[in-house]
Design a protein around this ligand. Structure first.
Ligand SMILES: [Zn+2]
Length: 250
């Protein structure tokens, strides 16, 4: 019995545009293939991302850049077969009685080549400046609206340590608890490189979805370049397009 058996509707929570494709593109394509109704909620617009040289896009940090990344995300979701998307802090992912708000990208810096840590200058509207409780109330409102069988997000390490990813995990745990909706978490880089990833991870390899993931990634051209079966990030880090995904109960 797989953790994915019997699912009819899921919510997948991500921190920035591109994370849905980078870390779960193959999962989203597989869920769509199984006719599962997939809802992706993205918390920030990736306002503090970089910009691949030579790509015509507005300057990072501007509203136009955020809008550009929103469009890249929308285009990627179409390729992956996802028809439902929301941003946290905007209806329907907004707690009752609250004004719509933006959770901004908190930024990051590399602590080691594979581990990210908080940026020194995250602004007052950044996700990590909001409390877990307020962001979780917005996510819980979305979960109650959509009524998924499960919520899926990063594990406690946030995948690779980005402070927004770590926070999205904390927010998802709180929202799942508040609504009683089960949580599945994704194996991060650490679990993937362990010789013995442990018995509690359920691993899938959806290599058949690599072409779809590559096509979806190509829409995130401001952030990355697809090179054969690899993805090259704006900072130069290269990794294989991820089709191997581990899940466990959160
Ligand atoms: Zn991210």
């Amino acid at each position: 019995m797989s953790l994915l058996d019997g699912l009819t509707r899921v919510v997948v929570a991500h921190a920035h545009p591109d994370d849905e494709t980078l870390s779960t593109g193959a999962l989203l394509a597989e869920l769509a293939r199984r006719d599962v109704e997939v809802h992706v909620v993205t918390v920030t617009r990736g306002e503090r991302g970089g910009l691949v040289e030579g790509i015509p896009a507005p300057e990072p940090g501007t509203d136009a850049y955020a809008a550009h990344r929103e469009q890249e995300l929308a285009d990627a979701l179409v390729v992956l077969g996802v028809h439902h998307h929301a941003f946290l802090g905007a209806p329907p992912a907004l707690a009752r009685g609250r004004r719509p708000r933006l959770y901004r990208d908190s930024g990051m810096r590399w602590v080691t080549p594979a581990l990210a840590g908080p940026a020194a200058d995250a602004d007052a509207h950044s996700l990590t400046a909001a409390t877990v409780e307020e962001a979780a109330a917005d996510l819980a409102a979305y979960l109650l609206e959509v009524q998924p069988d499960t919520l899926i997000t990063y594990d406690a390490d946030g995948g690779y340590g980005h402070p927004d990813h770590v926070r999205v995990h904390e927010v998802a745990v709180a929202a799942a608890r508040a609504t009683g909706i089960p949580l599945l978490v994704l194996a991060g880089a650490t679990a993937d490189t362990l010789a013995d990833p442990g018995e509690d991870w359920e691993w899938h390899d959806w290599a058949e979805h690599r072409p779809a993931v590559a096509a979806a990634l190509a829409h995130h051209a401001s952030q990355l370049t697809v090179d054969g079966t690899d993805v090259v990030h704006v900072g130069g880090q290269r990794e294989p397009i991820r089709t191997r995904i581990g899940l466990r109960r959160g």
